[in-house]
Ligand binder design. Structure first.
Ligand SMILES: [Zn+2]
Length: 146
């Protein structure tokens, strides 16, 4: 067997295993009305978004090239797995979920988001959230103990 054939078979099996893992992973999550964070497995790119639909449906939409996540994964040849997806908030109320999405986007500052969410936080909230640096809090606590 020549190596191109072997390579093609290995790639086909790899793609099949990826699809099986993806189906198992997504079928295990039935979260609704959530804010989700996706972190690229191959670089620092992140995406934060809200949905009233299930995590499974949301993830399937973000595999499409029309989504910023799908475009990044396809264009950069990067990927994400279940380890890179996290539900960061769950909120049934449409308005509160929009506010929570805007807060998480401000905190994470995800590079893949095309906008800051459907709710616009007042500037003072953005400033307070963006000034929240966990390392500076740790340093001030450490220096206070000395
Ligand atoms: Zn990436």
């Amino acid at each position: 067997m020549s190596s191109p054939w072997l390579y093609a078979i290995v790639m086909a099996v790899d793609a099949l295993l990826y699809q099986i893992r993806y189906e198992i992973f997504t079928s295990c999550f039935l979260y609704l009305e959530i804010i989700v964070k996706i972190e690229c497995a191959d670089c620092e790119a992140k995406y934060v978004g809200e949905t009233e639909r299930s995590l499974r449906k949301w993830i399937s939409e973000h595999h499409r090239d029309s989504s910023p996540v799908g475009h990044h994964m396809g264009y950069q040849k990067h990927s994400f797995t279940s380890n890179n997806v996290s539900v960061v908030h769950q909120e049934a109320t449409w308005f509160k979920r929009g506010v929570a999405e805007a807060i998480h986007i401000t905190l994470v500052d995800p590079s893949l988001n095309r906008d800051r969410g459907r709710h616009t936080l007042p500037a003072i909230y953005r400033e307070v959230l963006q000034s929240r640096d966990p390392s500076s809090h740790r340093e001030s606590r450490d220096s206070a103990g000395q």
